[in-house]
Design a protein around this ligand. Sequence first.
Ligand code: ZN
Length: 572
Amino acid sequence: MNKLVSILMAVFFIIGIFTACSEKQNPPKDSKEVTMLKEKIAKFVPVEITYDETLLSDREKVVLEKLYRASKIIDELFLEQVYIENDQIKADLISDLSNKSLLTKNPELTLELEHKLELFNIMFGPFDRLEDNEPFIGKNTKPLGANFYPVDMAKEEFEKWIKDNSADEKAFTSEFTIIRRDNDKLVAIPYSEYFKDKLTAASNLLKEAAEYSDNPSLKKYLLSRANAFLSNDYYQSDMDWMDLKDHNIEVVIGPYEVYEDGMFNYKAAFESFVTIKDPVESKKLEVFAKYLADIEKNLPLDDKHKNYTRGSESPIVVANEVFTAGDTKAGVQTLAFNLPNDERVRQAKGSKKVMLKNVHEAKFEKLLKPIAEIVLEPEQLKYVTFDAFFNHTLMHEMSHGVGPGFIKVNGKDTEVKKELKETYSTMEECKADILGMYNNIFMIEKGVYPKESENQVWVTFLAGAFRSMRFGIGEAHGGGNAIIYNYLLEKGGFVFDESNKKVRVDFEKIYPALKELCNLVLTIQAEGNYQGAKDLIAKYAVNSPTIETLRIKLENLPVDIKPVFAIEEKLK
Ligand code: ZN
């Protein structure tokens, strides 16, 4: 080989390396828009939501499929309720994505449109629910009253209308009407009329589901809810939902929560939960129910304050989610729901709490475990388990129903809630969390749980506290957790290691410290001691230095999960 050739080869070789390197260093750059969309989407980790079909008979599988199809309509209904432009925006995105000539002219556009559609589907509209509804498509801000009221209607106009037309008040403030303009008048249109086509289709699917339901209480609910979609009267079907008995499929479908109506909180948004009851966990709840009096007796609280009459609390059901739709699916995913909201039904039958076990499992794996790995001392990581996490949540819910409720203050009959005023929810959530641990230790003593699970109770709670406190301690759950964390840290039950900035549990000191805190919180509640509650919150529900240090370390973790439903893959 002559010299020239070898020099040329060497030059080509070097150029080759350079090209390869520069490719590696500069991957095709995302536009600013795409980067922003990607960051927003990355806050939600996708998780497959699966369910155990073997728990259902063949006829129940048909019921499930019909309920899934009805829920797909609920998705459309809610999308329309959120924003008047939603259907158009979605149609435009889909049509642009199938426009070959547009996309070949501008290849970067494909990525942008795909991400826009994905985020639009997560948020049910062009507004970022994690960022105060900041728009990510277009520049329009979200109307305060969503699409429940005319876009150009101010609060005052609505209020004035009711003042001048008092006969309209009931229809205008109803959860189940849409307000529209009719020339120079405002009118209230019932959902059953405004959404007639979609509600009729959903109603028919519920009737078909009822045909395949062999459980009489479920059949009754499905039929009365199918009728409610057409009559706009939801009362009887809410009553029937409370009467569901011995059923495998737990379903709610209809207009429920009013938060989407940011103007008045009057109008109910459509949502649906299609779930299957969890037989193992339901048994566990029966066991707790048997120990209810023992649990009350065992509370670290003066005997004179103990309360054995809180027996008839709301029932709790543990279920696994198969599919959700509408309001509940937008943005952050629900772990449990407590329905119905109709006060007349609550008075007559109470309410029912449904806890979604597989959603807990998904959040445990994708959100809690990564938090634990960042905040906990590595040798204690092995004590962070899903069982301990879920058992704590179960006992948290049970514990809302023990301890002081109706109390006497200065000889006068009253309630903890009334006496503690704005401090009540933080104190009550704090109570449920500390008793969640305390009562589970009691269940270990009773042999319901194995002795080895004791360390898991403490360490799993500690990691979980950081999940709650991530979103701020101004809110009841985060505030309650800050009280517990700061108090137990002060008493040495939790230990922060300055050298590696990690926390751990001191297994010797934790139980007595927790017992002391339980006594403090329960006594404040029993005495209706408002000042005591305020003092405790002022001292401990604070962003202490170690909380702040650890919270900063968690900033880049995802915020929630994005459910990918197995049933959707199967039936689409
Ligand atoms: Zn709670």
